[in-house]
Design a protein around this ligand. Structure first.
Ligand SMILES: Nc1ncnc2c1ncn2[C@@H]1O[C@H](COP(=O)(O)OP(=O)(O)OP(=O)(O)O)[C@@H](O)[C@H]1O
Ligand SMILES: [Mg+2]
Length: 239
């Protein structure tokens, strides 16, 4: 593995990505509801903190902080100590913005808020869950466009590896709601669902990852106590 990669800690995903995600990449994690987006990125943050001593910031728009932590408690990768020591920071951006008197429709205000959280904590891995909800709060298409492009530039400059969660409707062939999120992204991970024998299963596909030779095969994604498990689709009958 080359030194300029970050391991996700999800063994099969690191193998698919030939060692991991190139450091500093902006990754769009797209999927419909319940496909495992939050679990995937949380596992990556906890792995970075635990095994690489990297500070991870999780910027939440969709879920309450305490509820989110409660949901994570069932996973073996979760470690409360990492939250208590500030190695993992979970931030409710609408609450922080309110406290600082920043309107949720203020593009520059939000960009500055994100920049200062990342810089003050010397973060190496950052998640925005979700970019869709954050953009929806901006309301006006022009503001959304400005925000996405400026955020892309800001993140590229920061050197952090960033995961933007994109909430898309089920069974669609788009990766984002506003149609521009994928263009500021160096990589796209697509989480989908499909039915087999009456059971709704989850799947993951690497759609793009700049600078990496990777497969675009579909993998069955299982959420188990140890987090995300991936099995190639053609072998999935064996698990
Ligand atoms: N400890 C666990 N063991 C197994 N499965 C779990 C566990 N915790 C959660 N799950 C499964 O994970 C699903 C939620 O996954 P997650 O929150 O990562 O999805 P998401 O794509 O972020 O969803 P949303 O669209 O609601 O944000 C739950 O519906 C449940 O099926
Ligand atoms: Mg989620």
């Amino acid at each position: 593995m080359s030194a300029d990669r970050i391991k996700t800690g999800i063994k099969t995903l690191d193998e698919i990505l030939d060692g991991g995600i190139p450091k500093g990449h902006v990754i769009l994690v797209a999927g419909s509801c319940g496909t495992g987006k939050t679990t995937l990125v949380q596992q990556i943050l906890f792995d970075g903190a635990k095994n690489n001593n990297e500070v991870g910031i999780y910027i939440s728009m969709s879920e309450e902080r305490e509820k989110l932590i409660r949901n994570l408690e069932g996973f073996t990768f979760f470690d409360k100590k990492l939250i208590d020591t500030g190695q993992i920071r979970i931030i409710d951006i609408s609450q922080d913005a309110r406290l600082m008197g920043i309107n949720m429709q203020n593009v520059q205000g939000l960009l500055n808020l994100i920049r200062s959280v990342v810089e003050e904590n010397n973060a190496k891995r950052v998640v925005i869950d979700s970019i869709t909800a954050l953009c929806e709060a901006l309301k006006e298409p022009e503001k959304i466009r400005d925000f996405i492009f400026e955020l892309g530039m800001q993140l590229a400059y920061s050197g952090c590896t960033t995961f933007l969660i994109s909430e898309i409707p089920p069974q669609t062939f788009v990766y984002s709601v506003f149609g521009i999120e994928e263009f500021i992204s160096d990589g796209v991970l697509l989480l989908t669902e499909f039915e087999r024998k009456g059971e709704l299963l989850r799947a993951l596909q690497v759609i793009k990852m700049r600078g990496v030779k990777h497969s675009r095969n579909k993998y069955v994604l299982k959420i188990l106590e140890d987090g995300i498990n991936l099995v190639p689709m053609f072998k999935a009958g064996e698990v």
